[in-house]
Structure formats: C-alpha cells, structure tokens
Design a protein around this ligand. Structure first.
Ligand code: SAM
Length: 314
C-alpha cells in the first residue's frame, strides 16, 4: 500500500469507518479466552479499539509509522511498528509468542500482506485451543442513488489500473486464499456480507476518493480519475440535507471470513513445540556434563517430558 502524505492520511482517517461493536461481541463470544488479540495492519487502530472492549491486551502492528502516529490511544492497546524486514521469530516474540493469541484481526488489510509469511506467523501465534482469525474488507459505498451512479462509473474507470492486490479487495475476498477451518462465519471463497454504517460528510467523501488506492495508482501512471469536474458532479449529486451540515448516513459493504486452526496445523505445532523443547532443555543443561553423561535413556526422558508438555500446551 502506498504511503500517504500527512494531508491524505488525515483525509483517510476521517473517511474510514470504525467497525460495528457487535462484530467484536460476536467474535469474542466464539474465542476460547480473552487474554490477547492481535490487530495486524492496524492503520489508525480502527479495529484495535473494538477489540480493546473484549480483550485484556491488544497488540496492534503496522508497517507504516505515519499511520501508527495517528492511532487512537487506549490503555489496553500497544502499537508496534513492524517493518517487513522483521523475521518470523521476531514477529512471533513481539506479538506474544507461540500459542498466545485468542483472536487475530486483519481489517481491510490482509490483501496487502505477503500471505504465506503472514499465515505462517498467524498459525504459530494463534492459541491452539479456541483461537480465531478474522479478516474483512469493505469495498462498495452505499450513499444515495445519485451519488452511487457516479461512483459506479468511477469504480469501472479503475479497471486498467487495478493491481492483483486491489482485485482481491474488489472481489470482496472471494478469491482470497484462507487456509483455516470455517466456524460458520464465512469460509475460503465464501465470505459473509455485512454492512458498516458510517456518517460521512461531503468533504470526508472527497478526501476518501483522493486517498483511495485505485485512484492513487492511476495518478502514479499519469491519469487523474478524481478530476475537478467529477468532484463537481459529486457535489451536485450529494445535494443539501434538511439540517445545516452535509453529513449523510451511509453504508460500506463488507465481506468477512473467520476461521480456526485445522487439526493438522495443531499437530504440526505440537511436533514443533516438542522438538524445540528437546533442544532447549539439552542446551540449558551443562554442556560438559552432557558430553559426559547424556545417554540415549536421558535423551528419551527429555523427549518424553517434552511430548507431555506439548500435549498440555496444545
Ligand atoms: C487500508 S489500511 C487498513 C487500516 C485499518 N486496519 C482499518 O481497518 O482501517 C491497510 C493497513 O495495512 C498496513 N499494511 C500493509 N502491509 C502490511 C504488512 N505487511 N504488515 C502489516 N501492516 C501492513 C498498511 O500500512 C495500512 O495501515
């Protein structure tokens, strides 16, 4: 995702919705515990703030420091800048360790990630017993018949400039790989559809258009899609409200998928835990003593202990 200038980052923040609290109520009701949530690609904390209502601690991460600087503060949320140069192990440690996270949320974000890396980390940190991952995206705006007609033409004009990442979002995550087991709230290829109510002013809407990734991509290629002429058309179509301001009640159309680890993910984690444990226990012992005294029987003893701990921890 292209980094935004300060002005566009402000416009972005004004137009982006917070998510309905009942989404978090429903997700939290399905997780085994409520100790730790991870909001990945947190932006300004739009999802983190909802998670903080239900989880003792929220770790919120993003690769973009400018977004994090504008993030909403909360005593249970800690924000971390996580450049893509961080290793998988560093990410796992920062988030809370293997088998530690009750709920992972990637709100309007997972389509930007390198998916294999992200899913590896997600599968490691997710609590094996009762952990959930939820991803969602919103694409269409529903404002009014007049505005929506012009918006549809604008959306169609973005076709030549769309990247594969944008297509995932435009598709409403129908083509997003999602290697987790369904819990009945969407599945790979079949997201559930939800509405996000939001109050949007005309100024906020124009700001949204200017910080809109497809329009920015077109601009990078020398084509201005959000022209002054188009803005005038939107202004006219927006019309006047009965009251003094020009704020409208609008909806974003959202698409969500929620999943849990598969049995084979859990088995893989158990084996990994077991072998790491054997190595650590042997390293922790006095090396010279090991050389002198480690026998096959001692090794088997450690391995048995680790297998027992792995069963307890998964
Ligand atoms: C469209 S914004 C969504 C922000 C926020 N979650 C929301 O719901 O409005 C996408 C965010 O993902 C972040 N992002 C992109 N690639 C990332 C990555 N590999 N790891 C973490 N964050 C990433 C961007 O910096 C940006 O803040």
């Amino acid at each position: 995702m292209a980094a935004l200038s300060d002005k566009l980052a402000d416009a972005y923040q004004n137009a982006r919705p917070r998510y309905p609290i009942d989404w978090f109520t429903k997700l939290a009701a399905r997780t085994g515990q409520h100790k730790l949530a991870w909001d990945v690609g947190t932006g300004n904390g739009q999802a983190a703030i909802g998670l903080a209502e239900y989880f003792e601690k929220v770790v919120a991460t993003d690769i973009n420091e400018a977004q994090l600087k504008r993030a909403v503060k909360h005593e249970r949320i800690t924000y971390h800048h996580t450049p893509t140069t961080m290793s998988e192990d560093q990410m796992v440690t920062l988030i809370g360790g293997d088998n530690s996270v009750d709920l992972i949320v990637a709100a309007q974000a997972v389509h930007y990630f390198e998916l294999a890396t992200f899913y590896n980390i997600a599968k490691r940190v997710l609590r094996k017993d009762g952990g959930l991952i939820s991803v969602w995206v919103y694409n269409d705006l529903v404002i009014s018949a007049e505005v929506d007609t012009i918006m549809k033409r604008l959306v169609d004009s973005t076709f030549p400039f769309r990247t594969p990442v944008m297509n995932l979002a435009f598709d409403g995550y129908k083509t997003l790989p999602f290697p987790f087991e369904s819990i009945g709230m969407g599945s790979e290829g079949k997201p559930i559809m939800l509405d996000i109510p939001h109050k949007l002013s005309l100024k906020g809407f124009i700001g949204f258009l200017k910080s809109w990734q497809p329009a920015m991509k077109a601009k990078e290629r020398g084509v201005e899609l959000v022209t002054e002429d188009l803005i005038s058309k939107f202004e006219e179509a927006w019309g006047d409200n009965d009251d003094d301001d020009d704020v409208k009640d609008i909806f974003y159309k959202a698409h969500m998928i929620v999943g849990k680890l598969t049995a084979s993910d859990i088995e893989r984690h158990r084996k990994r835990f077991e072998s790491n444990c054997v190595v650590t226990k042997l390293k922790d012992s006095n090396n010279s003593a090991i050389i002198a005294s480690v026998t096959a029987a001692a090794f088997a003893g450690v391995a048995a202990y680790c297998a027992y701990s792995a069963r307890k921890n998964t």
